[in-house]
Design a protein around this ligand. Structure first.
Ligand SMILES: [Zn+2]
Length: 380
């Protein structure tokens, strides 16, 4: 069954020769883009959808989320907005709630958030573990996540659980816990930050994961000038995420290594911290991805459009750069070539906006501009 989408006012493709087209059409066949070009030249198809001048863009690729958890931390948010500071240990509140929850509660939470994401235009989602912190709870978090996306990340090294010594916990994460989680994970991640894991511990976690076939990604430089970005570049990680506090050497390392800088402005919004400087990274030639970091503690948004608006308003990105970072940038972060763009042969995950250009996503913050999502089921 083929579908001709025509009357596209602005079609964002990220094709190298013409990244944005006007008065365009596109043919979807068997879930992939079979043809795209001027609406006047469009071939026939089994079905036809005229979007009447709307903007069409690739579905968002959210390459950094923590969807497997129970409970919420709204009280902590309210306290923080009244002047309290964020410390990494708040994660332990969610760990206790997650451990106490049944599988069906955890899975229902994932399904609810994925439904929100899909409605708001996100068609590829990465999901991390990290609120279990025991062999059984990390394993089941990933087992549940895996039912909904191929992009699952083992984040046993999120924080050292209450009462454990860091060296003992790293031994568990790199040993028995890793073995239990490997069958359900594609990626391995570590929260490399003061109050969580240092450089040597991060290296140990990432190299143990890599030895078992998982690809590294790092939570880096969120709360201060830590070693996370340098470790990510050293081990050839796919992404260094957060990148809020960077030295010139960090920026150079990202640019020369090709490690994607994942920027998560929902976290700065929700913790009232300074935003990362996307302009500095883009000017240095770093590949930038935007993601929600959706989690109950520091960024409880599932909206890529919200993050995109923050990136344009607060981080020095143009609207086009932000849309690229939220689609193709996310795909690069996940080392995917089939999503995040709409070239011939790409997966036909596309978003039809209730607006004539994609820039309206930043121009009209807080407004639901997604008219229709045409895509495979979330995360497949
Ligand atoms: Zn995170």
């Amino acid at each position: 069954m083929s579908l001709l989408v025509t009357g596209i006012g602005e079609l964002t493709t990220w094709e190298p020769d013409r990244d944005v087209r006007h008065d365009a059409a596109l043919v979807v066949d068997d879930g992939v883009v079979a043809w795209l070009g001027d609406a006047a030249d469009a071939p026939a198809a089994d079905e036809r959808l005229d979007v009447a001048g709307a903007a069409v863009l690739p579905g968002f690729v959210d390459a950094h989320t923590h969807l497997v958890f129970a409970g919420d931390r709204v009280a902590e948010f309210e306290a923080r907005m009244s002047g309290a500071e964020y410390a990494a240990g708040g994660i332990r509140t969610t760990v206790a709630a997650t451990r106490a929850a049944g599988d069906e509660v955890l899975e229902a939470g994932v399904v609810r958030l994925l439904r929100e994401m899909r409605r708001s235009g996100t068609t590829t989602v990465e999901i991390k573990s990290g609120y279990g912190l025991s062999v059984a709870d990390e394993e089941r978090s990933l087992r549940i996540a895996r039912r909904h996306t191929a992009e699952t990340t083992f984040l046993g090294a999120h924080v050292v659980p209450e009462g454990a010594r860091v060296e003992d916990y790293v031994a568990l994460v790199t040993g028995e816990m890793l073995e239990a989680c490997v069958p359900h994970a594609r990626w391995i991640d570590v929260f490399c930050e003061e109050g969580a894991f240092g450089a040597d511990e991060a290296r140990a976690v990432l190299s143990a994961g890599a030895a078992r076939g998982l690809v590294p990604r790092v939570h880096a430089n969120q709360l201060g000038h830590g070693p996370g970005v340098q470790v990510a570049c050293e081990v050839g990680a796919a992404a260094a995420d957060h990148c809020t506090f960077l030295t010139d050497a960090d920026v150079d390392a990202l640019a020369s290594s090709g490690v994607v800088a994942g920027l998560l402005p929902g976290a700065e919004f929700s913790t009232r911290h300074p935003y990362p400087d996307a302009r500095r990274l883009l000017d240095a030639g770093v590949t930038v991805a935007l993601a929600t970091d959706c989690n109950p503690g520091t960024s409880y948004t599932s909206s890529m459009a919200f993050c995109l608006a923050l990136a344009v308003r607060e981080m020095g990105m143009t609207a086009r750069e932000a849309v690229r970072a939220a689609t193709q940038g996310g795909a690069r972060s996940l080392r995917r070539t089939d999503v995040g763009h709409l070239g011939v042969g790409a997966r036909a995950d596309l978003v039809v906006l209730e607006a004539p250009t994609a820039a309206h996503l930043a121009y009209r913050p807080g407004v639901d501009l997604v008219r229709q999502v045409i895509a495979q089921p979330p995360g497949r």
